[in-house]
Design a protein around this ligand. Structure first.
Ligand code: RFL
Length: 399
């Protein structure tokens, strides 16, 4: 039951942030830096979110002053490598865009952001909350309630705005009624076996293996840990992929003339991801503003999800600060449209890249040959290379 606004457990804050992923923590940090009061609600424990492995490739433009740890410790990547037809092709994107990628594991970024928000700025963050519910979003007095993990009591936080940053499985997106949300979804019909190996990287950059047996990817995470991907059937069982099969397949798909042999190691994560994307326009419902995976999902194909979450969070945090501290409504009014322009651009890139990664293994000779033509064009046409580099780095002048 919803407690009366006079009950002792009722609080009031300008903003409630639902979810302590990269999006929610970034919004929280921007608000705290501007002395705007807020509370962040998270269903998991601090330890869990600080160790959950996920992304690692971050655009230069998705980093702002909040990520001091990242700037001090991240590896800087200027190029990537495609391998196809038994050859290696270096793609030097820094030369084309003057931008680079940071390689910094998401758990470290989340750890930095939690520390900055909670320990440095004294921000209020509540872990382990249960049964989060969003209320009265279409009024100017919305609220968020949750079950307190210590007492089991339902607590209510009244607010002016709710930042829905609770990811793909959160409650914020569900709070937008079906008549309003215009979910657009794309299933690629392809699975990726996502692997983390306790092994040093076997190349000095990200490697994409485009092979008739299927795509394979190599991405450094740290000097001791490397992420690998193997295209597989959607819904495949990770148990079908014992250690020896994984390494044999990686060697076959990433093999190329002059390539360094793969450093083998224990597989510490092994899960099958079904490649699908979605966007939920608009990203606003009354006083609820969605950000990150809660609003749009991009399969790891283009390594864009974390970057989009950070871009959303910058826009949302800045817009909330502008309104709450200065009465400026423009940022929030244009928030959804601004985020969606970039989100759709990245979706289109993901779609295009999926064609390149998966085309040669499609079983369709025509499709396989046009895929290889597309790939070769990246290395023969400077105009095609520049266009690819701009999208890969998220470096367009405007979205
Ligand atoms: P998150 O990170 O999922 O955070 C949401 C948080 O909300 C919590 N939560 C709730 N809290 C309160 N109430 C509820 N009802 C809640 N329900 C959930 C969750 O516990 C969580 O802490 O979403 P956010 O902030 O939008 O960030 C999105 C990114 O995490 C995601 O897009 C990336 O990880 C995607 N991704 C990659 N993105 C990149 O840009 N580059 C990459 O290289 C990259 N690699 C990847 C990836 C995602 C992967 N997986 C596991 C899907 C590799 C993998 C394997």
């Amino acid at each position: 039951m919803f407690p009366s606004p006079h009950a002792p457990s009722v609080e009031r804050r300008p903003v409630v942030v639902v979810g302590a992923g990269p999006a929610g923590l970034t919004v929280g940090n921007i608000l705290r830096a501007a002395a705007v009061d807020c509370v962040v609600l998270e269903t998991e424990s601090r330890e869990f979110i600080e160790t959950r492995p996920r992304a690692g490739v971050i655009e230069e433009g998705a980093v702002r002053g909040l990520a001091a740890g990242l700037l001090a410790r991240a590896q800087v990547h200027d190029e990537c490598e495609f391998r196809f037809g038994g050859e290696r092709y270096r793609f030097r994107y820094h030369e084309l865009t003057a931008r680079h990628h940071y390689v910094y594991p998401q758990p470290l970024l989340v750890t930095d952001l939690v520390r900055e928000y909670a320990d440095v700025r004294g921000g209020d963050i509540r872990f382990g909350v249960r049964e989060v519910r969003l209320h009265d979003l279409e009024t100017d007095r919305p609220a968020v309630s949750y079950l307190c993990p210590e007492t089991g009591e339902r607590r209510v936080v009244h607010c002016d705005f709710v930042a829905g940053c609770d990811g793909a499985r959160g409650v914020s997106r569900e709070a937008v009624p079906a008549w309003r949300a215009r979910l657009a979804r794309r299933d690629h019909g392809i699975g990726w076996l996502a692997l983390l190996a306790e092994a040093p990287p076997s190349a000095d950059c990200v490697v994409f293996g485009v092979h008739p047996r299927g795509f394979a990817g190599h991405m450094a995470r740290s000097p001791e840990v490397t992420r690998y991907y193997l295209q597989c059937a959607p819904g495949d069982d990770p148990e079908n992929w014992p250690h020896d099969r994984v390494w044999a397949e990686l060697r076959a798909r990433l093999g190329a003339a002059g390539a360094q042999p793969l450093a083998e190691g224990r597989l510490i994560e092994k899960r099958v991801l079904d490649m699908h994307n979605y966007v939920v326009p608009p990203m606003v419902f009354g006083r609820l503003f969605l950000a990150g995976d809660g609003a749009h999902l991009t399969a790891p194909i283009a390594a864009k999800g974390l970057n989009l979450a950070l871009h959303d969070a910058f826009l949302l945090g800045d817009a909330l600060v502008a309104l709450i501290t200065g009465g400026d409504t423009d940022g929030l009014a244009g928030y959804s449209a601004a985020c969606l322009r970039r989100a759709w651009d990245y979706q289109e890139f993901s779609e295009w890249l999926s064609g390149i990664y998966h085309g040669t293994a499609s079983g369709d000779r025509y499709h396989a040959a046009t895929t290889l033509a597309r790939l070769r064009r990246l290395f023969t046409s400077p105009a095609a290379a520049r266009a690819f580099a701009e999208q890969y780095l998220g470096a367009a002048d405007a979205y």
